[in-house]
Design a protein around this ligand. Structure first.
Ligand SMILES: [Zn+2]
Length: 95
């Protein structure tokens, strides 16, 4: 069992506090990144680190979580986010 603020990453499958993760929400059929964890709807999470984000993009891991085809633009936004925020390269819990 995990605390309620812990979420599982789509890439490394580890559970972390949601503050360390980026949430993708589906709202009215649209996929939006919930940068401040304020949106409702169904969500899936990825760690805020370059490794997990790259893997999520490369393997389109959010598609699996949502069981739907997420537009490529969503993944492009994710890549941009990682670059803009200069996220560190490794997921410290596994390396
Ligand atoms: Zn991760």
């Amino acid at each position: 069992m995990h605390e309620k603020n812990f979420r599982r990453c789509v890439a490394c499958r580890q559970s972390k506090h949601q503050n360390d993760m980026l949430r993708l929400s589906r709202i009215n059929g649209e996929f939006v990144f919930d940068y401040e964890n304020r949106l409702g709807g169904r969500g899936a999470y990825v760690c805020k680190n370059e490794d997990c984000i790259k893997l999520a993009i490369k393997k389109r891991l959010f598609n699996r979580s949502f069981k739907s085809n997420i537009p490529i633009e969503v993944y492009e936004n994710l890549e941009e986010y990682a670059q803009n925020n200069k996220l560190s390269g490794v997921c410290k819990e596994i390396k």
